[in-house]
Write a protein that binds this ligand. Structure first.
Ligand code: GAP
Length: 589
């Protein structure tokens, strides 16, 4: 069994996705649109399965998480409070020659000799362009190459017979200032806000600007109070949402990995601050060992909750066919963390183009709800009667210590948010007094996953090729997508052995009807049975069922049995039709 080489794998997966209807380029008949992808029949099923599995494991199988389905366009103030209007940007630089746009921080650092020019003159007309320009050449390239590029640059500025002026050279190490494709100097990097803007209502002016949401998370924060009041949940609890997000990425790349329209599956899990946990339970439990910490406990502080969610998410991936060994945990370093985050773990997957982020699990402190409280003027705090009672029973020293600690945390947040020092001290004091009365703003642990990245991970992980040689020495290479049965788009293929025998066809249709009420089954009677198996292998269908003459009773003891074939090893076994549904359901759920 051969696995394709890494550098070929992406090409093969992309081509399979188009050929079998997993993913198509959006608007392909008009030449496509960069960064947008459509899911075809198999892709749509695969995606639906993934989202359903996430939703089921995150909400329906838990008592402490509820769901939300919010709008894509929300009040623009939400994106000011969250910081997206001011800071959700990537550094962007354009090639001065071709105008091609790059994400400045993602350009491969280059070394070599930079050829600088102070300007150029037209030898015929004497016209001068006094604009400095430069071209980077890797070691060993002749200066003519730089002069050629520079000539093109000045030609584009109206000179015909270009005479370059003031050439000087400079050794350059690990620079991101030049276009890696042609050596041309780039513009200075400048921030580019990634939110898509639109206008709400008939007047397209600044008063009516709105944004397509760049993440699903903010709607959860904005609806926190409504959900709390209507769901009968109590902190700690979570709100989950699956939905579209939009980012005007400077350089969408790697197929669906970095798209401009994509889907997220996000959970905001609200927990009490550690000071409240200590007041309630007498201590704050912290991680003692790596791995899953077990069932949640009342005395868990934010670190244990964070560890818990990292481990829950790894278990989820494992359960749908991305084994723990295909993932890496990357703990962001202090200087990489957002200023409000206490810890962030990126779950990385080994994509064919590199090990890259699949999901981030962030401990975001109480930043989000605090921001919405400040910006909306509506309280986002919760009241816990038990905390109020517990606080009353604390000794004075513990009260003081917890109160000081909470005061300092709140003061730090307020100062960072730009609140003047005196007011920040006043407000933080009020918050600390509130804690003593059982009030606090919940902290948040946020596991945030991308649906499309997960689909891409599942596809590349499942892709394999099998080469077989027949009796005549002819070799054939076939693709098998080894999806976990839970995510596989089609769960079972149902075939009559022969298409021209009405009794076989009728029985196969009957079996198909039995199964399709519970799962995606696919009836196929076209071509040789081997070809039909091969088509399902390529679609990732884990099981196929064939109805033959024994099913009809040709061998009496085999009446009403079928051949069940396993995709991964081609094994076949006989199974009563009456046992089929139970057998399959057990494996696909
Ligand atoms: N609320 C937190 C948040 O949005 P993020 O790391 O920016 O965090 C979370 O995004 C996840 O969304 C990523 O781990 C990734 O799986 C997915 N994602 C982000 N940008 C994406 C893009 N341009 N295309 C596809 N998926 C993307």
């Amino acid at each position: 069994m051969a696995e394709p080489k890494v550098n070929e794998l992406m090409e093969k997966v992309v081509s399979l996705c188009k050929r079998r209807g997993f993913v198509y380029q959006s608007s392909e008949i008009y030449g496509g649109i960069n960064g947008f992808w459509d899911y075809g029949p198999l892709g749509a099923e695969l995606k639906r399965n993934v989202k359903d599995l996430w939703w089921t494991s995150m909400t329906r199988r838990r008592d402490d998480v509820v769901g939300l389905e919010a709008t894509i366009i929300m009040h623009p103030q939400i994106w000011r409070a969250s910081g997206h209007v001011d800071t959700f940007s990537d550094p962007m630089a354009d090639c001065l020659l071709t105008r091609k746009r790059f994400r400045a921080d993602q350009i491969d650092p280059q070394s070599g000799t930079a050829y600088h020019y102070s300007g150029a003159r037209d030898a015929e007309t004497g016209k001068m362009v006094a604009e400095a320009y430069a071209v980077l050449l890797p070691a060993g390239k002749p200066p003519e190459s730089a002069r050629k590029v520079a000539t093109q640059y000045y030609q584009a500025r109206g000179l015909k017979q270009v005479e370059l002026e003031g050439e000087r050279t400079e050794k350059v190490e690990n620079s991101q200032r030049f276009n890696p494709e042609n050596g041309s100097l780039l513009t200075e990097p400048r921030p580019f806000n990634l939110m898509f803007k639109t206008y709400v209502g008939p007047v397209a002016d600044e008063d009516n600007v709105a944004y397509l949401r760049p993440e699903t998370a903010q709607a959860i924060f904005a609806q926190f109070k409504n959900v709390l009041e209507t769901s009968r949940q109590k902190v700690p609890f979570g709100i989950a949402q699956v939905g579209k997000a939009f980012r005007n990425e400077v350089t969408p790349r790697n197929f669906t990995f970095r798209s401009r329209e994509f889907e997220q599956m996000e959970l905001e899990f609200f927990i009490p601050p550690d000071e409240a946990v200590e007041a309630l339970t007498g201590s704050v439990a912290k991680p003692a060992a790596p791995g899953h910490p077990g069932a949640p406990q009342r005395n868990w502080g934010w670190q244990l909750w964070h560890q818990y969610w990292v481990e829950e998410r790894i278990r989820f991936y494992d359960s749908i066919g991305l084994p723990r060994t295909s993932l890496e945990e990357y703990w962001q370093k202090p200087d990489e963390l957002a200023h409000y985050a206490r810890a962030t773990v990126d779950l990385l997957f080994k994509f064919p183009f590199g090990t890259q982020e699949l999901e981030g699990i962030a401990a975001r402190s109480d930043f989000d709800l605090s921001q919405h409280e400040r910006c909306s003027g509506k309280s986002q705090g919760v009241f816990d009667e038990e905390l109020r009672t517990a606080w009353g029973k604390l000794d004075e020293a513990t009260r003081q210590r917890l109160s000081d600690s909470y005061f300092q945390h709140r003061q730090k947040y307020l100062l960072k948010a730009g609140v003047p020092a005196e007011q920040a001290a006043r407000d933080a004091k009020e918050d600390a007094e509130g804690l003593a009365k059982g009030q606090y703003i919940p902290h948040v642990i946020e596991p945030s996953a991308g649906v499309d990245r997960l689909i891409l991970g599942l596809l590349t992980n499942a892709y394999s090729e099998v080469t077989t040689t027949d009796d005549k020495g002819k070799t054939e290479t076939r693709v098998i997508l080894r999806f976990h049965p839970k995510v596989a788009p089609i769960k079972v293929g149902v075939f009559p052995l022969l298409k021209n025998k009405p009794e076989l066809v009728a029985k196969a249709r009957e079996v198909n009807e039995l199964l399709r009420a519970h799962m995606m089954s696919f009836y196929d009677d076209a071509g040789a049975i081997g070809r039909r198996y091969a088509r399902q292998d390529e679609a990732g269908t884990p099981f196929c069922v064939t109805i033959d003459f024994d099913t009809l009773g040709e061998t009496p003891e085999l009446k009403d049995t079928v051949t069940l074939r396993y995709r991964d090893d081609g094994r076949q076994e006989r199974m009563p039709i009456s046992a089929l549904l139970g057998f399959l359901l057990e494996r696909i759920r």
